[in-house]
Design a protein around this ligand. Structure first.
Ligand code: URA
Length: 198
């Protein structure tokens, strides 16, 4: 059921990879309905890579990751943690928006997987932070529970990974909800961990 890219991406820079991804049609459905591919953004020498699920409406519109409501919440929490969004790399499991923001389907995640895999190699961050279940499952496989994973030391190819809630969950559960408190605390933990790993 997977629709893998015929050739794993081998681009040598983030920008070249992003350009290649903009022409991707490996999963035909999302390629047909997207407005823009949203490869993600990475400043040079980013030590932290944030991984979300998929572009939403505003991201599809602009071609940029996390610029809608969830992104605005994320920006504020990053600033609070002393992590400037401008120094952080951001990418999603899927580079194209699923219609009406439905959950990514397994073949879509499989088809898109080589892009994020290569992005992780190219950024070579000290720490990866996954936001939400789709990104956590991309790292640890199906059945991931964030409440458990956020208490777990997760490692991907020798790299530290911190799994936390998606900012959309924080919005959904509201300002007094557990996901917001956990996400805020986890981004602060990420900042501390980055100092330790540096
Ligand atoms: N949600 C995501 O997971 N990623 C985005 O880029 C925007 C919203």
């Amino acid at each position: 059921t997977a629709l893998p890219l015929e050739v794993a991406p081998r681009q040598q820079s983030w920008d070249e990879l992003a350009d290649a991804a903009r022409g991707c049609v490996a999963c035909s459905e999302l390629a047909a309905t997207r407005t823009h591919v949203v490869p993600g953004e990475a400043p040079r020498a980013a030590r932290l890579l944030l991984v979300g699920e998929a572009p939403g409406a505003q991201e599809d519109e602009t071609g940029r990751p996390f610029v809608g409501k969830a992104g605005q919440l994320l920006d504020g929490l990053l600033t609070e943690a002393g992590l400037d969004r401008g120094s952080v790399a951001v990418a999603n499991v899927l580079k194209c928006r699923p219609p009406r923001n439905r959950k990514p389907r397994r073949p879509e995640v499989a088809a898109c997987r080589p892009w994020l895999a290569r992005q992780i190699e190219l950024v070579d961050p000290l720490l990866v932070v996954t936001l939400g279940g789709t990104a956590a499952e991309w790292v640890v496989g199906p059945g991931a529970r964030i409440a458990t994973l956020r208490e777990t030391d997760v490692v991907l190819d020798g790299r530290r990974v911190l799994c936390t809630y998606h900012p959309s969950a924080a919005i959904r559960f509201g300002p007094a909800g557990a996901p917001l408190a956990a996400l805020r605390a986890d981004l602060q933990r990420a900042a501390v961990l980055l100092e330790e790993l540096a």
